[in-house]
Design a protein around this ligand. Structure first.
Ligand SMILES: C[S@@+](CC[C@H](N)C(=O)[O-])C[C@H]1O[C@@H](n2cnc3c(N)ncnc32)[C@H](O)[C@@H]1O
Ligand SMILES: Nc1nc2[nH]cc(C(=O)O)c2c(=O)[nH]1
Ligand code: SF4
Ligand SMILES: [Mg+2]
Length: 235
């Protein structure tokens, strides 16, 4: 069984959420069951880019991760696209036998048995601005699959007031999950440098909302990689 891989890169630092700042190697899966209008990784979603994706065996992916990390165990970040539409179980098994850890980012639309083998599961349900509608039954199946095994966290992207209200509602259903909020980035052109002042303004807007509402369960974070490298690919 081969994997559809858009890119493998690193080591870099995890730029988002619970593992922010941690050195990591990314394995970006090709293909997604969603089409979020503001997706920053369309090259791993839109089938127009499928000629850039590679069919690779789990062993071939693992060899590349090992080479990039110099054989020194770290946390591997599975992202995409939606990694949950493929079988990453064999890759995780290979990595764990070498002492590596695994985190996975997914929207929570497809549950997989291999979620239970992860160290960190980041569930990122999509707010209204994405144009997608969350299937909460599927989302709950992801939680069931993970059970108590991996550290499971919520990460919600917020673009506007409607998203914010939606996030409060959504997070309210899962009071036991650690909660990370990140402002949405509307500047997606990888050739264009990011407007750092605008990034800061969006972050400040969100911080002010959260503190004014005394929403103390939330942790508000920027996308650190966007601050450092903009929308450059492979970092
Ligand atoms: C590219 S997605 C891939 C994994 C999975 N499909 C998902 O959405 O969780 C990785 C993370 O980037 C976030 N993201 C995507 N586009 C973004 C944008 N324009 N601004 C802020 N976060 C974004 C997603 O919400 C998700 O948390
Ligand atoms: N450094 C870095 N951190 C990230 N966190 C989530 C990313 C993603 O695109 O899934 C990402 C990414 O592409 N780069
Ligand atoms: S679910 Fe994730 S990868 Fe898929 S389109 Fe949305 S943000 Fe992009
Ligand atoms: Mg990204």
């Amino acid at each position: 069984m081969s994997l559809r891989i858009s890119e493998i890169f690193g080591p870099t630092i995890q730029g988002e959420g619970v593992l922010i700042g941690a050195p990591t190697v990314f394995v970006r899966a090709g293909g997604c069951d969603y089409r979020c209008v503001w997706c920053d990784s369309m090259h791993a979603v839109d089938t127009a880019y499928r000629h850039q994706w590679q069919k690779m065996s789990a062993q071939a992916v693992w060899d590349e991760v090992r080479a990039l990390s110099g054989g020194q165990p770290l946390t591997v970040s599975l992202s995409g696209g939606n990694p949950a539409i493929q079988d990453f179980g064999p890759l995780i098994a290979l990595g764990k036998s070498d002492g590596y850890r695994f985190a996975c980012e997914t929207q929570g639309s497809v549950a997989r048995q291999w979620f239970a083998e992860l160290d960190t599961l980041v569930l990122s349900p999509k707010p209204p601005s994405s144009g997608e509608v969350v299937d909460w039954a599927a989302f709950e199946s992801c939680l069931t699959m993970a059970q108590a095994r991996p550290e499971t966290v919520l990460k919600i992207v917020i673009f506007d007031e409607t998203d914010y209200a939606w996030a409060r509602e959504a997070a309210g259903r899962y009071p036991d999950l650690p909660l990370y909020l990140q402002p949405g980035n509307p500047d997606l052109d990888p050739q264009q440098s990011v407007d750092l002042a605008a990034c800061t303004d969006r972050l400040l807007w969100l911080v002010e909302k959260v503190t004014a509402d005394r929403w103390f369960a939330a942790r508000v974070l920027p996308q650190l990689h966007v601050l450092l490298w903009g929308n450059k690919r492979g970092v």
